[in-house]
Design a protein around this ligand. Sequence first.
Ligand SMILES: [Zn+2]
Length: 310
Amino acid sequence: MSNPFPLGQPAFVSDVLDRAAHLRTDDAKLMAMEERSTTRAHVVHRDSLLVKHEEGGPRALLTIKEALALGANPGTIFLGLRDGAAVFGMGIGAAAVDKLVGRTDAGLAELRGMAMQGQLPVEQLSAIAMAKSMVNWHQRHGFCANCGAKTAMSQGGWKRDCPSCKAEHFPRTDPVVIMLVTRGDQCLLGRQKQFPPGMYSCLAGFVEAAETIEDAVRREVVEESGIICGDVRYYMTQPWPYPSSLMIGCTAEASSDAVTVDHNELEDARWFSRDEAAQMLKREHPGGLFGPHPFAIAHHLVGRWLEGHS
Ligand SMILES: [Zn+2]
């Protein structure tokens, strides 16, 4: 098998846990695993993680005892096994978060910033993404979408059941296409208003109901930039826990040149030469422009194209 990550790894894609899904229905075993000394938990609050501050940096993998002592909610989500040891996801309420203010030994730290600065072990990022998406899903699905009754967690956190209408609710993943559009030696990059000044990245958008990935790529590109695309090729995917997307990385070949930016979606979009795109990835662009961080799949779409792949 060829190296799937010629440019290094984007976040959240490697060192995945053994999900051990057969254990989700075994409540007695899950409870026993919570008690084991080898068991660990990631505690999530919105876009942040509960961490212990230690000499070597923040530690986001806590014992269940530590998590509970810091105020995490007792409900656990079984994420899976690493080397036979259980890893759980947990949430923490706003009142408990308030009590952490001023503590020097522990507190909340923003996931994206820590990951981008390499403060978290890369091998933990996939499980952290799972914890973040799952905790967020439970927080937003306390009531049945079918009848409005209060739902209850089951199957180690991988299902919510409605006691009233008996509907079963499962966590969802939202597919997003993210694409590098190229034409000869140029690539199309855009910037959203909320990007840091100078940053450009690949265009992206949600796949809609009954839409193929290829059609979603062509539709998003023409909507946002007016560019018409022909061939679309799949490269790789990246789980993106904001809150629960799957980024589907593609390349697309443009068959038109004139960019018309949809300013509701983007602040700007334009063609960049190979040289400029290379400078932007290396953060050496003379105009101070820069591309996406290696943390994100967009960096790898651009980098791979620069290496000569289509
Ligand atoms: Zn219901």
